[in-house]
Design a protein around this ligand. Structure first.
Ligand code: GLP
Length: 265
C-alpha cells in the first residue's frame, strides 16, 4: 500500500484529483471505477477543474460505479445515479452510454448484479477504482463480514451505515436497507485502486484498513492484498496510524518519492 498523508484536506483532494487526471491523460479510454459519498463531492469538483485546465476530454472514458440502493429509480434525488449526474456526469463530456451504475430499480436485483459483473468484464476490467471508506471499514457497500472474494451482489446494510447515510436523505426518510454493490473480489481485480479518506471520523477505520489484520471484519483491509493500492489521507484521517512517521518519511507531504529522490535528500 502506498500511504500518502497530505498537509490538509484540500491538499488530499487535490492529490487524489491529480492521480485521477494522470490516468485520464495517459489513457483517455480508461475504465474508471467511481464512488459516491460526501468525501467524493469535492474530489469530482477538483478533477473536473484540473482536467478542464489541461483541456482533457472524458468522451472516450468509461465508468462503473461501486454501488446503488435497491428500489430507488435513477431519477430519485437520493439515488447514486442522481448523485453521479449532479456531481460529475452533467458537468463533463462523457458519453452517457459509457457511464454505468447498477440498476437499483431492476425487477430482479440478483440478476442485475450478475449482469453488472458481465458489463465490467466486457469493458476489459477497471483500470483505476476510486474508493471511499465507511466508518465501519466498508468499501462500496461491502459491510463487515462480506466475503473477501465476493462479487457484485445484493447486500443488506448495517444499522450504522443506515444511520450514517440517513444524513443524505430528507428528515424522516431512511435509506433503503438493500443495495447492489461490487464485491470485494470485484474491487481487487481493478488494475489500480485509489482510496480517499478525510476527517477524524474515518481515522479508526483507516488504521484498521492499513495496519490491522486482513479480515472480513474490516472489508477495506482486503486492499492490503492489492499490488497497486494508493491511500490518500488528510492529517485527521491519518491520526490513528501507528506508523505515521514512516509513511511521512517515505512520502513527505504525500508526494511521490523515488530512489533517486531519496538519495538526493
Ligand atoms: C457510502 C458509499 C461508500 C462510501 C461511504 C462513505 O456507504 N456506499 O462508497 O465510501 O458511503 O461516505 P462518506 O464519504 O459520505 O463518508
Amino acid at each position: 500500500m502506498k500511504v500518502l498523508i497530505c498537509t490538509d484536506t484540500n491538499a488530499a483532494i487535490d492529490r487524489a484529483a491529480h492521480l485521477m487526471t494522470d490516468r485520464l491523460r495517459d489513457k483517455p479510454k480508461s475504465v474508471f471505477g467511481l464512488a459516491t459519498g460526501s468525501t467524493m463531492e469535492p474530489l469530482y469538483d477538483r478533477w473536473i477543474a484540473i482536467a478542464g485546465d489541461e483541456g482533457l476530454s472524458f468522451a472516450r472514458a468509461r465508468t462503473f460505479n461501486l454501488d446503488e440502493y435497491v428500489g430507488l429509480p435513477a431519477s430519485h434525488p437520493q439515488s447514486y445515479h442522481h448523485y453521479m449526474e449532479r456531481f460529475f456526469f452533467d458537468r463533463i463530456d462523457i458519453d452517457r452510454a459509457n457511464a454505468h451504475l447498477p440498476n437499483g430499480a431492476a425487477p430482479d436485483p440478483a440478476a442485475e448484479a450478475k449482469a453488472y459483473e458481465g458489463r465490467i468484464a466486457n469493458a476489459g476490467g477497471i483500470d483505476l477504482q476510486l474508493i471511499g471508506i465507511g466508518r465501519n471499514g466498508h468499501i462500496g457497500f461491502n459491510e463487515p463480514t462480506s466475503s473477501l472474494t465476493s462479487r457484485t451482489r445484493l447486500k443488506t446494510l448495517t444499522r450504522s451505515t443506515l444511520e450514517a447515510n440517513a444524513a443524505h436523505f430528507p428528515p424522516g426518510e431512511t435509506p433503503p436497507r438493500y443495495v447492489i454493490t461490487m464485491g470485494i473480489g470485484t474491487i481487487l481485480e481493478s488494475r489500480a485502486c485509489l482510496l480517499l479518506a478525510t476527517g477524524a471520523g474515518k481515522a479508526e477505520a483507516v488504521e484498521r484498513m492499513i495496519e490491522g489484520a486482513v479480515s472480513a471484519a474490516c472489508p477495506a483491509s482486503a486492499l492490503q492484498f492489492h499490488p497497486s493500492a494508493t491511500i490518500v489521507l488528510d492529517p485527521e484521517a491519518a491520526s490513528c496510524l501507528k506508523l505515521r512517521d514512516y509513511y511521512e518519511q517515505v512520502h513527505p507531504a504525500g508526494r511521490e518519492t523515488t530512489v533517486e529522490g531519496a538519495r538526493g535528500a
